[in-house]
Design a protein around this ligand. Structure first.
Ligand SMILES: NC(=O)c1ccc[n+]([C@@H]2O[C@H](COP(=O)([O-])OP(=O)(O)OC[C@H]3O[C@@H](n4cnc5c(N)ncnc54)[C@H](O)[C@@H]3O)[C@@H](O)[C@H]2O)c1
Ligand SMILES: O=C(O)C[C@H](O)C(=O)O
Length: 343
C-alpha cells in the first residue's frame, strides 16, 4: 500500500529521468528518513543536494549547529518526492534525528595545511559524542555513517558512547571511507585509460596516511606496474586528502568529492534497507579481521546494516608488510579515541 502511495507522489518523469531512477534501483518499500548532521558545511550542502535527488529517500532532515533554514528552503524547491526539514543547534538535534533510518554525519572541523587529521580529535570527538548520545535516545536502530575526522578515532569513540548508553550495535556503525575507494578508482582509471567507475579495487585499513591501504594486487582490471610505480600510486591514494588540503590553501579539505562519495555510500545503505542483495562497500567498522578492533574492509550490507564482514582478499608480500605497520598506527589512534571517552 505504502509503495503505491509513495510512487503516486513522484512527479511525472521524463524518459531520461526514468532511466536515472531505475539506475538508482527504485523499489521503495517504506518511508525512509535520512538525517544529515553538519548539513550547512562544505560537505553537508552538496551531500544534501545529492540526497535530495535520491528517490529512495522520502524525508531529508538537515541539521547543523548553524541555521539550515535557507538551505532547506532552497533544496525543497527541487522537484523530487522527498520533503526537506531544517533544524539547528543542540536543542533541535533530537527532533532532527527522530525516526531516522540513516544518520550521516559530516559535522566537525576540517584540516588546514600542515595539520594531521589526528589534530582534529579533541574538537570533533565532542561533536561526534553529542550526535551519538542523541541517536541513542531517538533513533537507536538507525544506520550511522560518520564522515567526521579523524575517522580512525571517531568511530571507536562513537562506539564507546553508544555502549555507555546501552545502544551499541556494531552492525549499524560505519566510518565512511568511500572517498579512498573513489580516489583509487579514479587514479587507476587514468593510468589504465579506462572508465574509472569500472575499476574495482578494495581499500582497507583506516582513513589517514599509511593506514589507507589500497589492495592493488586485487585490482580489476589487472594492474601491471613495477614496484616503484606501485609505491607511487599507493602514496598518491594515501596522500590524496592532503593534496586537496594544500590546493585549497587554508579553505578546508575535500568537500565535493566527499559529498559524492558519501551519497554513493548512503545510496548503498538505502538499497540494502530495501532488501537488495549483494550490496558491498568498503567501510571502517568494528572487525575481527586484523589486530585492530576497528578496520576498513569490504562489508556485505543488509537492511539492518552489516550482514557479513567479508574475509580479507589475499594480500601480496608488500601489502602484508604495509598491513603490519598500519595496524600499529591504527591501534594507537583507536586507543587515543577510546581514552578520551574514559576521561
Ligand atoms: N571521511 C572522509 O573521507 C572525509 C573527507 C573529507 C572531510 N572529512 C571530514 O568531514 C568533516 C567536515 O568537513 P567540511 O569540509 O564539511 O567542514 P565544514 O567546516 O565546511 O562543515 C562542518 C559543518 O559542521 C557543523 N558543525 C560543527 N559542529 C557541529 C555540531 N556540534 N552539530 C552540528 N553541526 C556542527 C558546522 O557548523 C559546519 O557547518 C571534517 O571533520 C573533515 O575532516 C572526512
Ligand atoms: O584530508 C582531509 O583532511 C579530509 C579527508 O579525510 C580526505 O581524505 O580528503
Amino acid at each position: 500500500m505504502l509503495t503505491l502511495k509513495l510512487l503516486k507522489h513522484i512527479p511525472a518523469v521524463s524518459r531520461s529521468s526514468q532511466q536515472e531512477l531505475s539506475s538508482w534501483n527504485l523499489s521503495i518499500t517504506r518511508g525512509v528518513k535520512v538525517a544529515v548532521v553538519g548539513a550547512a558545511g562544505g560537505i553537508g550542502q552538496p551531500l544534501s543536494l545529492l540526497l535530495k535527488l535520491n528517490p529512495l529517500i522520502t524525508e531529508l532532515s538537515l541539521h547543523d549547529k548553524s541555521d539550515t533554514k535557507g538551505i532547506a528552503a532552497d533544496l525543497s524547491h527541487i522537484c523530487t518526492a522527498s520533503t526537506v526539514r531544517a533544524f539547528n543547534g543542540d536543542t533541535e538535534l533530537v527532533c532532527a534525528l527522530e525516526s531516522a533510518s540513516i544518520v550521516v554525519v559530516p559535522a566537525g572541523m576540517p584540516r588546514k595545511p600542515g595539520m594531521d587529521r589526528s589534530e582534529l580529535l579533541d574538537v570533533n570527538a565532542n561533536v561526534a559524542s553529542t550526535v551519538a548520545r542523541a541517536v541513542s535516545n531517538v533513533c537507536p536502530s538507525a544506520l550511522l555513517a560518520f564522515i567526521t575526522n579523524p575517522v580512525n578515532a571517531i568511530v571507536p569513540i562513537v562506539a564507546e558512547v553508544l555502549k555507555q548508553e546501552d545502544a551499541y550495535d556494531p552492525k549499524r556503525l560505519f566510518g565512511v571511507t568511500t572517498l579512498d575507494v573513489v580516489r583509487a578508482k579514479t587514479f587507476i582509471g587514468a593510468l589504465l585509460n579506462v572508465d574509472p567507475d569500472t575499476v574495482r579495487v578494495p581499500v582497507i585499513g583506516g582513513h589517514a596516511g599509511q593506514t589507507i591501504l589500497p589492495l592493488l594486487s586485487q585490482c580489476e582490471p589487472e594492474l601491471r606496474l613495477d614496484a616503484d610505480k606501485k609505491a607511487e600510486l599507493v602514496s598518491r591514494i594515501q596522500e590524496a586528502g592532503t593534496e586537496v588540503v594544500k590546493a585549497k590553501a587554508g579553505k578546508g579539505s575535500a568537500t565535493l568529492s566527499m559529498a559524492y562519495s558519501a551519497s554513493r555510500f548512503v545510496n548503498s545503505l538505502l538499497r540494502a534497507i530495501n532488501n537488495e542483495e549483494d550490496i558491498i562497500e568498503c567501510a571502517y567498522v568494528q572487525s575481527t579481521l586484523s589486530e585492530a578492533e576497528f578496520f576498513a574492509s569490504p562489508v556485505l550490507l543488509g537492511p539492518a546494516g552489516i550482514k557479513k564482514n567479508l574475509e580479507l582478499p589475499p594480500l601480496d608480500e608488500d601489502e602484508e608488510e604495509r598491513l603490519d605497520s598500519l595496524i600499529v598506527q591504527l591501534n594507537k589512534e583507536i586507543t587515543d579515541g577510546v581514552k578520551l571517552v574514559a576521561c
